[in-house]
Design a protein around this ligand. Sequence first.
Ligand SMILES: *Cc1c(COP(=O)(O)O)cnc(C)c1O
Length: 374
Amino acid sequence: MTEDILLIPGPVTISNKVQRALGTASISHTSPEFAAIFARVLKNTRLVFKGGETSQPLILAGSGTLGWDVAASNLVEAGEKVLVLSTGYFSDSFAECLQAYGAHVDKVRASLGDVVPLSEVCEALQGTKYKMVTITHVDTSTGVLSDVKSICEVVKKVSPETLIVVDGVCSVGCEKLEFEAWGIDYALSASQKALGAPPGLSVSLLSERAVKEALTRKAPSCFFASLKKWIPVMRNYDNGKACYFATPPVQLVNALDASLTEILDYGLDARVAKHWTTSDWFKNRITEDLGLELVTNSAEDSAHGLTAIYVNNPAEIIAALKKSGIVIAGGLHADIKNQYIRVGHMGAVACEPSLQHLQSCFEALKAFAGGMQA
Ligand SMILES: *Cc1c(COP(=O)(O)O)cnc(C)c1O
């Protein structure tokens, strides 16, 4: 069987090493062998997020969405105010999750394809006391890349008590992110995007301040996502000791171990830089060679793990590429849903020296050039 080339913004193509790590026999989740693997995964998670010694990694069975529930049910209480900086579909879904647990959500909305202006963030924080602000580092619906560093600086200056939560599902591993240096309180990601592992794990990091907040509040309005339950478990595994609250998916943790090791062996900064060059190459081919327009309005605010492209016949293009064995994604943003396509280039395909998979995608798209302009 020949496999399709998977170029969607998650799940991403996984390396052979990661795939082999997934196919191992089950081992006991309380064995010393598993405890050693989990300890390494936690340590490497801290490195990939650039967290400090006191930050607490959290690896849970679940998808990226679970990180929203963790934040919404452990770091805010019903009635407390959260400021959501919205750059698209995923920012809005995070807001919906916060509301489901009773948070009072105010939104500052960017115009389509743009980031939220810093002046608007500043103004919102000056006018109201927020318990938390949420930033979607890369909104995968639009490919907009937010300037997390500058937003953190504004929050620290105007409202230092406000907890900073970053949705890094489409950024950790392919964008610059400095958890400790920028003063982030909770950053959440998922195994199947730039971390290069299969879907099934929520991978996140808490600051010391966020841990304190979670442990000293009243019982959270959730059970599986309770940090009061999970923090002691993670602290034990961090010290190489097994501990039980709910069974971890041992093979998935093993696969994440393999992918984090690959990332760190490549070098995190080198890998981020490689994603940037790959992204620049692909975006230039799309705009210069094919004359197509991107959903993002400026190169500076464009993500490096995916490209969102306006076309006039997305369904046709997606179907035609699928026929030649290339899988890309359609639109997600409600305002332009049937007007664009999304090509993911995270992980293994972005790090190939020859970029052969992306090259094939470009060639296939080129075959449609002319009929594609929106
Ligand atoms: C994919 C994605 C999510 C949701 O992750 P799931 O693993 O599908 O639950 C959340 N936020 C962003 C920015 C994403 O790209």
